[in-house]
Ligand binder design. Structure first.
Ligand code: NDP
Length: 456
C-alpha cells in the first residue's frame, strides 16, 4: 500500500478505535486513492488526507421530550459537519437506536464524495438521534404516536437550529426521517428562527418541497444501473431483480424497475423478506408503500393478506430466488455479506446497484470485483437523492417550482454524469470498469482541489 495512505489509515485507526463503521468507510475510500495521490504530490504536502478524515465540527446535544403519558424522555442528538470545501454541509438526519458517532461519521464521510459527484455545490454532513419512532417508550408492541414524534422533532430542532442555515448546513431525511418528520422539523425551525428559507430538503410540496424528491434516490439508483447496462449494450427489460428494504429508497427503486420492464422478486424489512416468484405487481408495491408510510406496519402483516408472496421470517432478500440478474441493496449498511455475494454470483447476478449507504461488506465487494460484474457503490448510485435535494435548494433560492418532468430530466442527466465521471476516472487511472475506484477518485479530486485552493 502507498506509504502516505498507510500512515494516515494507521493514525485514523488509533484515534477512532471504537468507531468500526467509520473506519470501514475510510479504509474503503483511502485504499483506492493511491494513483491520484501519487500523481499529485501537493495532496500529501498539504495533508489533504489527514484533514479530510477529520470532521470540521461535531455537535452532540441533549434532546429532552415528553411522551403521551407525561413522562420526560431524553435522547442524544448529533450533527457531524464534515466538509464544506465545495458548498454548505448537506446530508440527512437518521432516527434509529443504532445511531452513534461511528455510524454518523461513516455516513458524513461518504456524503462528502457523494455530494461532490453530483456536480452540485454541496459539502458533506450527517446527523440524527438514537430516538426510535418505531417503539413506544410506554406501550409494548406500539409505535410512538404522531404527537410524540412531533414533540421529539421540535426538541431536536430547538438545539439544531442554531447550527444550520440555507447557506451553512441543509439537513434532509434518512432512515425513519421522512415527510412527516421533515414537516415537524421545518415547522419548529421556522418558528424559532423567524424565517422561511430552504434550510431542510424533502419538504412537503406546499412549503417548498420539490416534485420527484421522494422518488429520487430509488429512481436514481435504477437510472445508474441502466447506464451501466448501456455500456454493455443491454437494458433492464426482463431482468430478474432482488431488492432489499421496503422504505423510501427500496420502494421507488422497485417502482422504476417495474416501469423499465424488470421483474422485482423481493422486498424486505426488519420482520423478514417477501418473495414473489412471478414478480411483485405494481398493486402489491402500492400496498407496501401505504403499509410503510401510512399504516406503518410490517411485511409480515402484508404477507398474511397476500397469497402471491411467500414470507421468510428474519431473512434478507439475497438467498431466496433461484435465478437473479441484478441486486439492489436498499435497506442499511453491511446488509449483504460474503455468503450472500457468493449465492448471488452462483445464481447468475451480473449487476449490483447499491441504493443504501455501504450495504455490501468488504468481502462481498471483493467477491463482486473478482467476478468482474457491474458493481456501483452507494456514493455514486444513490446520489440521486441528494442531487434532487440540491435541485430543491435551487428552487427555494429562486422561489420557483419546477415540473416533475423538469426535475426527472435533470435527475436522469445527473445520474448519467455521475456514471460517466466514475467511468472516466477509473479508465484514466488504468482501472477501466471499476466504479468503486472511479467514484472515489472523481469525488475526492474535486474536494481535494478546493481544499488546496482555499489554504490550510
Ligand atoms: P427507510 O427508513 O425509509 O427504510 C429503511 C428500510 O430498511 C426499511 O424497510 C427498514 O425496515 C429496513 N431496515 C432498517 N434497519 C434494518 C435492519 N436492522 N434489518 C432489516 N431491515 C432493516 O430509509 P431509506 O429508504 O430512506 O434509507 C435506506 C438506505 O438508503 C439507508 O442506508 C440510507 O442512508 C440510504 N439513503 C437514503 C436516501 C434517501 O433519500 N432516503 C439517500 C441516500 C441514501 P422497517 O420498515 O422494518 O424499519
Amino acid at each position: 500500500m502507498n506509504k502516505y495512505i498507510a500512515s494516515v489509515l494507521a493514525d485514523v485507526k488509533a484515534k477512532n478505535a471504537d468507531q468500526p463503521e467509520f473506519l470501514q468507510a475510510v479504509e474503503e475510500v483511502l485504499t483506492t486513492l493511491a494513483p491520484v495521490i501519487e500523481a499529485n504530490p501537493a495532496y500529501q504536502a498539504n495533508a489533504i488526507l489527514e484533514r479530510i478524515v477529520e470532521p470540521e465540527r461535531t455537535i452532540i446535544f441533549r434532546v429532552p421530550w415528553i411522551d403521551d403519558k407525561g413522562i420526560v424522555r431524553v435522547n442524544r442528538g448529533y450533527r457531524v459537519q464534515f466538509n464544506s470545501a465545495i458548498g454548505p454541509y448537506k446530508g440527512g438526519l437518521r432516527f434509529d437506536p443504532s445511531v452513534n458517532l461511528s455510524v454518523l461519521k461513516f455516513l458524513g464521510f461518504e456524503q462528502i464524495f457523494k455530494n461532490s459527484l453530483t456536480t452540485l455545490p454541496m459539502g458533506g454532513g450527517k446527523g440524527g438521534s438514537d430516538f426510535n419512532p418505531k417503539v413506544s417508550p410506554h406501550t409494548p408492541g406500539k409505535r410512538c404516536s404522531d404527537r410524540e414524534v412531533m414533540r421529539f422533532c421540535q426538541s431536536f430542532m430547538t438545539e439544531l437550529f442554531r447550527h444550520i442555515g440555507a447557506d451553512t448546513d441543509v439537513p434532509a431525511g434518512d432512515m425513519n426521517v421522512g415527510g412527516r418528520e421533515i414537516g415537524y422539523l421545518f415547522g419548529q425551525y421556522r418558528k424559532i428562527a423567524n424565517e422561511f428559507t430552504g434550510v431542510l430538503t424533502g419538504k412537503g410540496l406546499s412549503f417548498g418541497g420539490s416534485l420527484v424528491r421522494p422518488e429520487a434516490t430509488g429512481y436514481g439508483d435504477v437510472y445508474f444501473a441502466a447506464n451501466m447496462l448501456a455500456m454493455r449494450g443491454d437494458t433492464l427489460e426482463g431482468k430478474r431483480c432482488v431488492v432489499s428494504g421496503s422504505g423510501n429508497v427500496a420502494t421507488y427503486a422497485a417502482e422504476k424497475l417495474m416501469q423499465l420492464g424488470a421483474k422485482v422478486l423481493t422486498l424486505s424489512d426488519r420482520s423478514g423478506a417477501i418473495y414473489a416468484k412471478d414478480g411483485i405487481t405494481p398493486k402489491m408495491l402500492k400496498d407496501v408503500m401505504r403499509l410503510k408510510t401510512v399504516t406503518r406496519g410490517e411485511l409480515a402483516d402484508f404477507a398474511k393478506k397476500t397469497k402471491a408472496v411467500k414470507f421468510f421470517k428474519g431473512a434478507n432478500s439475497w438467498q431466496l430466488a433461484d435465478k437473479v440478474d441484478c441486486a439492489f441493496p436498499c435497506a442499511r449498511q453491511n446488509e449483504l455479506n460474503g455468503k450472500d455475494a457468493a449465492y448471488l454470483l452462483k445464481h447468475g447476478c451480473v449487476l449490483v446497484g447499491e441504493g443504501a449507504n455501504m450495504p455490501s461488506t468488504p468481502d462481498a465487494i471483493a467477491a463482486f470485483a473478482k467476478a468482474k460484474i457491474m458493481f456501483s457503490p452507494g456514493k455514486a448510485s444513490n446520489a440521486g437523492g441528494v442531487a434532487t435535494s440540491g435541485l430543491e435548494m435551487s428552487q427555494n433560492s429562486e422561489r420557483l417550482s419546477w415540473t416533475a418532468e423538469e426535475v426527472d430530466t435533470k435527475l436522469k442527466g445527473i445520474m448519467k454524469a455521475i456514471h460517466d465521471n466514475a467511468w472516466n476516472a477509473a479508465e484514466k487511472y488504468g482501472h477501466k470498469g471499476d466504479y468503486v475506484m472511479g467514484a472515489n477518485i472523481a469525488g475526492f479530486t474535486k474536494v481535494a482541489d478546493a481544499m488546496l485552493a482555499q489554504g490550510i
